[in-house]
Design a protein around this ligand. Structure first.
Ligand SMILES: [Zn+2]
Length: 388
């Protein structure tokens, strides 16, 4: 295009530059005040910080993170962001052209899909700094039955410094899932899990652990070995901040008898101050609001220990805000019974306190360990790692 200029007060002014400025100014203005910007006014309208959210499903597909920001809108401030560590295998010899996308849709195994961590990190890195501040990505792509799991977690931190805040949601005992995972089953008394939780204490990574409080369909009088093992696990890791997902209940695993009384006792233990509970998942909301008595008992414990509970959606790859936030409507009877302090902390305050503290510690660990070959010596032959 030929440049057109005219002379004014001995200064040549380019018509093209005037047109460009006329276009750029309003675009800049629009960008500044677009939906994606998150001003103080937007923060005031936040109703939830979501402590439990899966961007992708059991075949590693999900919602584009930019689209998810639109779904969050101004209602959700911050989100603990993760995929799902397990991939459902599509075995043509079994289901033929039917491609299963959920673990209950096929008898074929699930396997650990470590690339989920790189996928989540790259999704996060595609955001602006302001958008990134609204997410706390979590590492999930490790096998908790493997003594090498901790090495994977460290490798992810070093490959993507400045990104991750914690680990999870990962599962030990989960109805219908644990028995489908290829390889040895994960257990609560495996030293591999102790090694993971010890490293989280060292690095400050916040843990979101899924472990059912019982086996599905227990016979009357059946020993609940699971509950004793999780108590022992928590007792071995007093310095690791752990969010126990769903307080151990599931689709089929119902709350155990006197669960709220048991929880009351556990939370009163001054040594167990590192244990937190998330009441995410619509299945949990169903139990909590099943009867007025169940709602009142839950509210009483949350009001008594307002610093220990977090709200999350546990939604997987949602397509719109209504389906993403349906759990908030389900929990209305509970919210009505909470003190203003307990409600604020459950929905927003506890998230900020825990995830902010974890961010600071993990960034410090990264600073001390990334790009420092002295602190990460190569494996020696005595470590048992072969060269070929
Ligand atoms: Zn979940």
């Amino acid at each position: 295009m030929k440049e057109i200029c005219f002379k004014k007060d001995n200064i040549y002014i380019s018509v093209r530059s005037i047109i460009a400025k006329a276009i750029i100014a309003p675009v800049f203005f629009l960008l500044l005040f677009s939906n994606k910007s998150f001003s103080q006014g937007s923060k005031d309208s936040v109703v939830l910080n979501d402590s439990h959210f899966h961007l992708t499903n059991y075949v590693q597909e999900g919602t584009d993170i930019h689209k998810f920001l639109e779904i969050m809108g101004n209602k959700v401030g911050r989100v603990a962001l993760f995929g799902i560590p397990l991939q459902q295998m599509w075995n043509y010899n079994n289901s033929g052209n039917f491609a299963p996308t959920y673990y209950l849709a096929s008898d074929d195994p699930l396997y650990y899909y470590s690339f989920t961590d790189a996928f989540i990190a790259m999704a996060y890195k595609s955001l602006t700094k302001e958008e990134q501040a609204r997410f706390d990505p979590m590492i999930t792509g490790f096998n908790p039955a493997d003594m090498y799991a901790t090495d994977h977690i460290k490798r992810v931190l070093k490959t993507f410094p400045g990104v991750f805040t914690g680990i999870g949601e990962f599962s030990i005992h989960k109805e219908f899932v644990s028995s489908k995972v290829a390889g040895p089953v994960a257990t609560l008394n495996n030293p591999a899990l102790d090694r993971i939780l010890d490293f989280c204490a060292e690095s400050g990574l916040l843990v979101i652990l899924h472990n059912d409080i019982n086996m599905p369909f227990p016979k009357s009088g059946q020993e609940n070995w699971d509950i004793e093992q999780i108590k022992a696990l928590f007792a071995r890791h007093r310095n690791t901040p752990i969010i126990w997902a769903h307080c151990g209940v599931g689709r089929i695993v119902r709350p155990v008898k006197d669960q709220m009384a048991m929880l009351d006792k556990a939370l009163a233990n001054p040594q167990a101050g590192n244990i937190y509970i998330d009441i995410s998942w619509t299945e949990v909301a169903k139990y909590v609001t099943e009867t007025p008595e169940a709602t009142a008992n839950t509210a009483a414990v949350i009001n008594k220990y307002p610093d220990r509970f977090l709200m999350g959606t546990d939604e997987v790859a949602p397509s719109d805000q209504a389906s993403y936030l349906k759990i908030l409507d389900m929990y209305k009877p509970l919210f009505e019974k909470l003190t203003p302090e307990a409600k604020q902390k459950l929905l927003k305050g506890n998230y900020e306190r825990l995830f902010d503290a974890a961010r600071i510690k993990v960034r410090a660990w990264e600073k001390a360990h990334v790009n420092d070959p002295k602190k990460t010596p190569p494996p020696t032959p005595s470590s048992g790692i072969e060269k070929n």
